[in-house]
Design a protein around this ligand. Structure first.
Ligand SMILES: [Zn+2]
Length: 97
C-alpha cells in the first residue's frame, strides 16, 4: 500500500459543494471529499496506480459534477470487463489457429 494525494480533491480534502450534484443545493460552500473522506490522502496498492492515473484522466475529461465515486466505480468495472474481454478474445484466437 502506498499513500497518494487524493486525485479527486487534489489533496485538499474538500470540494466545492457543486462537485456533488446531491449537495449542490446545500448552503455549504465546501463539502468533504468522499473519495478520501476529507483526509486528502488515499491509500493505493502499487498495482492499481496505473488504474488511478486512468481514472484521473477520465475525471479531467468529465465535468466535475459528474466525477463522483459512482463514476469511478463504473470506470473500474469497465476496465475489468474490458480486460476480461481481451483475454477471452485472445484465448479464442489461439483455439482458431
Ligand atoms: Zn479527496
Amino acid at each position: 500500500m502506498k499513500a497518494q494525494k487524493c486525485p479527486v480533491c487534489d489533496g485538499k480534502g474538500k470540494l466545492p459543494a457543486e462537485f456533488y450534484p446531491d449537495t449542490a443545493e446545500s448552503t455549504l460552500k465546501w463539502v468533504e471529499c468522499r473519495s478520501c473522506n476529507g483526509s486528502g490522502i488515499v491509500l493505493v496498492q502499487e498495482q492499481v496506480e496505473g488504474l488511478l492515473e486512468f481514472i484521473e484522466e477520465k475525471l479531467i475529461e468529465q465535468k466535475p459534477e459528474e466525477a463522483k465515486e459512482k463514476e469511478i466505480e463504473k470506470i473500474e468495472e469497465e476496465i475489468t470487463t474490458e480486460e476480461k474481454a481481451e483475454e477471452t478474445k485472445e484465448e479464442a484466437k489461439e483455439h482458431e489457429e
